[in-house]
Design a binder for this molecule. Structure first.
Ligand code: B12
Ligand code: SF4
Length: 630
């Protein structure tokens, strides 16, 4: 196995097999928590991945998708009456008192008016709509696009109403844009947000969802998984409140965001006071050793991938450990309430590889979660595990959450799924690959149930693709899109404007290429380039003519503002993006934009030609961008 020594001294450990006692301690009870905010359409893999290893070693695990339970609760009479309605009178009182000593701002007056309208009967009406919306996304009516659109709009209406009683916080789902009005990239603001009873909805989530569960289960260790940085607000709130109510429980955090903040966390004693340890990089072996050390009352010294607090301060382990994929068991979803996710048909994530086989794109930091390079399970193992998950969880829909599905494995997978008559529908993430340009593999893709491909398109200009080291060409992209589209697969293309050095003209080439091929491109996701802290561009800015501005007060920042020597500035890229948002091929504006929902639609209707999903029929296309940028 290839291991990068640069990310910490290497220790290759032999994975331990056997019972908890073999680890030198007692059997432990562990609660694993997936915190908000994340769209609740399918479980995320971190909890089931850790659970299978802990259970195999004989420990008890309680998996709590608090994010899912929170949304189930938001859209219920219990939350709307017990929390939302109750918060209205004290908020109106506060505004009334304030109005006696000063004149209210326009925003306060608007809030007051909206709160006055939040009566018992309005809450009753909202409760009925919210429950109906949940029933739609979880039942057969999901496949009626008008009804599904109504349900999504209702979720937004309900969260807008919830926002009123947590103002100035804005609670928004979907899209997942909840904003507590504190800055996530400043640790002192995160600490302030924890104590703010007005905006911090996660305090109520703790009180009504997590605290009762901890009281009932009485775990020895609680582990919280932070994938997106935004989940720091809920996580740190939970950590603080767990320590307040259950000081004897060892609390650890792990996940992608924790790995990305590994250089900062040891220097943040106030933040670190909220939990006991943090696992960075891959978590299986480190977490098992941590749980067993806590159980045996041993020191945490020597456990790989660990940052922890002891009597003399915060310590960071110098040892790192990379998992051997072939010795990891399949994910264990037992205990997650799979029927509660916001879909009518169960979707399960499955990961066959770790790291990206290509791993060279200059803007990409996907590999940051790993100390080792690309690894994969063997094809027969993959097929066996998919079969096991299909049977055990009665699940036909799979999301292969690999960073970028390797072409050789894609070929083997599609063939084997056909040969074994697996009868599943699946989606994954891909790079445009010349080596997948033959008809045969796409015949297999169709026959194996591949429905939706999520492509890193990035740019339609070959000079920019080269700058990015994307190693593909427009010809390869076009051919791949055509082969997949002809196989009935939905092509989703992700791209961005403003890669350092890209000119305005080149940015519009990206749009023009997609518009020229609009019959093959079913949906798109665009944005602007972010200078993320761990990307090759940020590590080697001179090579790209980039000057990053690192604000020392923004201590948790994971990306930076920057200027460029050549090409579009940050602001110019924003303007191109805004122009693109205003004026593009209308067939890409979808009523139902949630990717798992599109996947289920294609799997259900058996075709990627689904005009019912389009917001406005393309015939009334107001025009396209090709002319604008030229
Ligand atoms: C697959 C994937 C998705 C899938 C997830 C589907 C699903 N439900 O499983 C989809 C396509 C939906 C998705 C969406 C998004 N994603 Co995404 N995604 C990924 C990807 C490629 C793999 C994630 C994965 O499943 N990994 C496998 C699990 C097992 O690994 P893991 O989470 O790292 O967990 C391990 C360790 O971290 C650790 N660990 C984790 N938790 C814990 C907890 C404890 C207690 C311990 C001890 C250890 C531990 O142990 C685990 C096993 O080793 C990652 C990149 C990457 N390589 O991580 C990006 C990534 C996580 N996504 C990212 C982003 C930004 C998003 C979106 C916001 C993009 C967007 N704008 O739409 C959305 C958010 C979606 C939402 N629902 O709200 C970023 C997050 C960056 C950050 N930290 O802020 C990443 C890192 C990619 C990137 N660099 O941009 N994503
Ligand atoms: S952008 Fe995709 S293909 Fe490129 S290195 Fe990252 S994960 Fe791999």
């Amino acid at each position: 196995m290839k291991v990068e020594y640069g990310k910490g001294g290497l220790v290759q450990l032999k994975p331990r097999t056997g019972t908890a006692e073999a680890g030198g301690g007692r059997t432990m009870k562990v609660m694993l928590v997936f915190p908000p905010d994340w769209y609740p359409s399918e479980p995320y893999l971190s909890l089931p991945t850790l659970t299978c290893v802990l259970r195999a070693a004989g420990h008890q695990v309680v998996q709590k998708d608090v994010n899912l339970e929170m949304y189930d609760w938001y859209f219920s009479g219990d939350f709307l009456n017990r929390i939302v309605l109750k918060r209205v009178p004290p908020m109106l009182d506060r505004l009334r008192k304030a109005s006696r000593s000063r004149s209210l701002s326009d925003a306060e007056q608007a809030l007051q008016l909206s709160l006055v309208g939040l009566t018992r009967s309005r809450i009753a009406e909202l409760t009925e709509k919210a429950e109906r919306a949940k029933a739609i996304v979880r039942g057969p009516e999901f496949y009626d696009a008008e009804k599904l659109e109504w349900a999504i709009t209702t979720f937004r209406e309900v969260t807008e109403t919830i926002s009123l009683v947590y103002a100035p916080a804005r609670i928004c789902m979907p899209p997942m844009e909840t904003d507590l009005s504190y800055k996530i990239f400043i640790s002192s603001e995160v600490l302030d947000a924890i104590e703010d009873q007005q905006v911090n909805v996660y305090r109520d989530v703790f009180e009504h969802i997590l605290k009762p569960a901890i009281e009932a289960e009485r775990p020895d260790v609680i582990g919280i998984s932070i994938v997106l940085q935004q989940q720091l607000f809920s996580t740190m709130t939970f950590c603080a409140l767990i320590k307040r109510h259950f000081p004897h429980i060892h609390v650890t955090i792990g996940g992608n965001t924790v790995t990305r903040l590994r250089d900062v966390l040891p220097n943040k004693p106030q933040l670190f006071a909220l939990f006991d340890s943090a696992v960075v990089y891959e978590g299986e072996t480190a977490f098992l050793q941590l749980v067993e050390a806590v159980g045996a009352g041993r020191t945490l010294e020597g456990i790989p991938n660990l940052i922890y607090r002891d009597a003399s301060g915060i310590q960071a382990s110098s040892a790192s450990y990379a998992e051997d994929m072939s010795s990891l068991p399949p994910p264990d979803f037992d205990g997650l309430p799979l029927e509660k996710y916001f879909t009518p048909d169960r979707i399960l994530p499955y990961l066959a590889t770790r790291g990206c086989y290509w791993g060279r794109c200059e803007f990409c930091d996907h590999g940051e979660g790993y100390t080792a390079g690309y690894r994969t399970k063997k094809i027969d193992e993959i097929i066996e595990e998919i079969r096991l998950l299909k049977t055990r969880y009665n699940c036909r829909h799979f999301h292969f959450t690999d960073e970028s599905y390797p072409p050789a494995l894609f070929r083997k997978l599609t063939r084997k799924l056909v040969e074994t008559n697996m009868d599943i529908a699946w989606t994954t993430h891909m790079r445009f690959e010349k080596s997948l340009s033959d008809q045969e593999v796409w015949n297999d893709a169709r026959a194996s149930g591949c429905k939706f491909l999520h492509y890193g398109y990035e740019s339609g200009n070959e000079r920019v693709l080269k700058l990015m080291d994307k190693a593909t060409t427009k010809e390869v992209i076009k051919r791949s899109l055509k082969l997949a589209a002809d196989a009935g697969i939905w092509n989703h293309c992700m791209g961005f404007f403003g890669f350092p050095g890209e000119t305005r003209q080149e940015a519009f080439d990206s749009v023009r290429f997609l518009e020229d091929n609009k019959d093959l491109v079913h949906s798109i996701g665009f944005g602007t380039f972010d200078l993320s802290k761990h990307t090759p561009v940020a590590k080697n800015p001179e090579k790209f003519g980039v000057t990053p501005y690192i604000n020392p007060e923004w201590d948790l920042a994971l990306d930076y503002y920057f200027t460029v020597k050549e090409g579009l500035s940050v602001e110019e890229a924003e303007r191109v993006f805004e122009e693109f948002e205003r004026n593009h091929y209308r067939g890409w504006d979808l009523k139902i934009f949630i990717r798992e929902y599109i996947f289920l639609y294609i799997a259900h209707f058996g075709t990627s030609k689904l005009p019912a999903l389009q917001f406005r029929p393309p015939e009334v296309d107001a025009g396209n961008l090709s002319g604008v940028g030229a």
